[in-house]
Design a binder for this molecule. Structure first.
Ligand SMILES: [Zn+2]
Ligand SMILES: [Zn+2]
Length: 310
């Protein structure tokens, strides 16, 4: 069964991990190489033994760790042809690049990976569905607006990672960002608001969906409890109160968490499945309070970058 962990999420850096047994796929590498190693080791995953890195798009908060991280490691990197072309300009390391086109499906050591286009101000941004015979994980980060294709592709997934970037009122009232930046965030190729994320989640929700992880939360134009509340309220109003909703944060990784079984019976016991501990790291239990578990140490400097760019 697939497992999902979030190493970090936010405009300062994004990276997640999907595992199936010994297959370990890193989704984006927007944290420093040091933090990537630290957080992987904390999950009980050897950074030298990743199966692949897959890229959603080229923005620095999703790719800035690649060059240093790959200096000592030969890890295949999967990205669309256009995305790889841009990322390669800043990567001096020898990297085995694997190009695909948006919409292509491919396989990485037993995990099927399905890609699809998403609207965002990048050269060729994509979302992914990771699938094995037992479960599926949908990932959409950095999306300007929700398209019919995104909904159709994600329908039926067991676990959904989706960005929930900002609260519309908080963004409007923000006095730090220039008007042009606010415009960029909220336009059709920027980021999803809490309400837009809730709309997507409710469209995608089915009896198979047991967990939603919200990511890329703005540190000053959103709040985890607010984002959770908006999504939970929408899910409950549509009869999907069985779905667990967690927030991924910049500093506090979410531990590896099993996705639910696809059989209808399993959804009745979804919380049991998603609360299973990973045996290698019994201290990291997967539940919504996991953020209070000991996170890896993160230096203040690493997170002090301005958060407006992406
Ligand atoms: Zn981003
Ligand atoms: Zn982006």
């Amino acid at each position: 069964m697939l497992e999902l962990a979030i190493l970090g999420s936010g405009s300062s850096g994004n990276s997640a991990l999907v595992c199936l047994g010994e297959t370990r796929i890193l989704i984006d590498a927007g944290l420093s190489a040091r933090q990537l190693c630290l957080r992987l080791e904390n999950l009980g995953v050897d950074p030298d033994r990743l199966s692949a890195i897959v890229l959603t798009h080229e923005h620095g908060d999703h790719t800035r760790g690649i060059d240093v991280f790959c200096r000592k490691r030969s890890i295949p990197i999967y990205g669309t042809t256009h995305t790889c072309a841009v990322v390669r300009e800043n990567v001096k390391s020898e990297v085995p690049w694997h190009h695909f086109e948006a919409g292509d499906d491919f396989s990485i050591e037993g995990v099927n990976v399905e890609s699809f286009s998403v609207p965002h101000d990048a050269v060729d941004p994509v979302g992914f569905i990771f699938r094995c015979s037992q479960s599926s994980v949908g990932v959409v980060s950095d999306v300007g607006h929700v398209t019919r294709m995104i909904i159709d592709r994600l329908k039926g997934v067991n676990t959904l990672f989706v960005e929930s970037n900002y609260d519309e009122v908080m963004l409007q009232n923000d006095t730090h960002r220039p008007w042009s930046t606010k415009q960029r965030i909220s336009n059709r190729h920027g980021h999803l608001s809490n309400d837009q994320a809730a709309g997507l989640v409710s469209e995608v929700a089915s009896s198979n969906l047991t967990r939603v992880v919200l990511g890329h939360l703005s540190s000053d134009c959103n709040a985890p409890e607010l984002a959770r509340r908006v999504i939970l309220k929408k899910l409950e109003s549509e009869g999907h109160s069985h779905v667990q909703v967690d927030c991924a944060m910049r500093k506090d990784p979410l531990p590896l968490c099993k996705t639910a079984l696809e059989s209808p019976d399993s959804t009745e016991n979804g919380s049991e499945h998603i609360s299973e501990e990973k045996s290698a790291k019994p201290a990291q239990v997967c539940d919504s309070t996991s953020a209070s578990a000991e996170p890896p140490q993160v230096s203040v400097e690493e997170w002090s970058q301005t958060e407006w760019a992406f």
